[in-house]
Design a protein around this ligand. Sequence first.
Ligand SMILES: NC(=O)c1ccc[n+]([C@@H]2O[C@H](COP(=O)([O-])OP(=O)(O)OC[C@H]3O[C@@H](n4cnc5c(N)ncnc54)[C@H](OP(=O)(O)O)[C@@H]3O)[C@@H](O)[C@H]2O)c1
Length: 287
Amino acid sequence: MKDTAMKRAVYACLSLLCLALVQPALAMDLQLTGKTALVTGSTGGIGYGIAKTLLHEGAQVIINGRTAESVAKAAASLKQATGKTPLTFAGDMSKAEDIERLAKTFPTVDILVNNVGRFIPREFSQSTDQDWYDSFDLNVMSGVRLSRFYLPGMKQRNWGRIIFISSESALQIPVESVQYGMTKAAEIAVARGLAESCAKTGVTVNSILPGPTLDSDDPRAAARFGDRPQAQVEEEFFKTRRPTSLIKRFARTEEVASLVAYVASPLSSATTGAALRVDGGVVKSAF
Ligand SMILES: NC(=O)c1ccc[n+]([C@@H]2O[C@H](COP(=O)([O-])OP(=O)(O)OC[C@H]3O[C@@H](n4cnc5c(N)ncnc54)[C@H](OP(=O)(O)O)[C@@H]3O)[C@@H](O)[C@H]2O)c1
């Protein structure tokens, strides 16, 4: 009798031990170790969040901003946050010559995140030709030029990820910046077209559509609130400007970065040609 009880107790302990050993193996590994990712416009905002998450996940990451000072500062802060030192490139992604220099400096990347983008708030009748060209050059042509350079290598190696950071504004064109909406819709079109060109390869191309997103640790973001507390600005914004939001708050940059990291991972191999939303439900549609 005593023997059986003892055996049961030993079996129970062994089962628990096995469960504890198996559990970590069941955790999702994004398999990004050894991959090199380039994230444009990543000294702040969503790009910085993406760079941080990819570094945490083991990828080597090239960050980018316009000045040597801003990239050095971001690299130091990423090192502090993740323990990993990113590679850096200072250059203006709206300029073809800077993109050429970037491609020469880093001729091979496995994951290209076309994140850089600018919102110029200008009512349509006030918008100039230059506003339209500037928005197009930075938001669309940076991704076009970089994809044109990196895609052939990805196809040759039969593996790669190109991710365009578009926006909910591609679907709900903001009346205060029609040119911005145009560029964000164009990015989805480019991504879909490139995905078509990658049929039967290990390369995927997708767009991610964030909704209103905030990096509350970024002092530039806080500066936009002036003297008012963030909670008050947030409540007003979602009441008056984005009433369809289901989360009724800004998404955090990390929440966007989590989806990007999954799409960048080998685990997402059947997701391509898609426009994926991380918009807090602000687009009033399931698709
Ligand atoms: N934030 C949102 O609510 C939201 C929502 C939907 C979609 N998006 C999209 O997400 C992307 C990132 O948005 P964000 O709000 O995070 O942007 P952000 O905070 O304005 O981005 C700033 C980053 O872009 C860099 N940058 C700006 N102009 C550049 C240029 N010409 N060349 C290279 N780098 C440049 C800045 O670097 P330096 O200052 O160091 O040069 C900094 O790293 C954009 O494509 C945007 O359209 C944003």
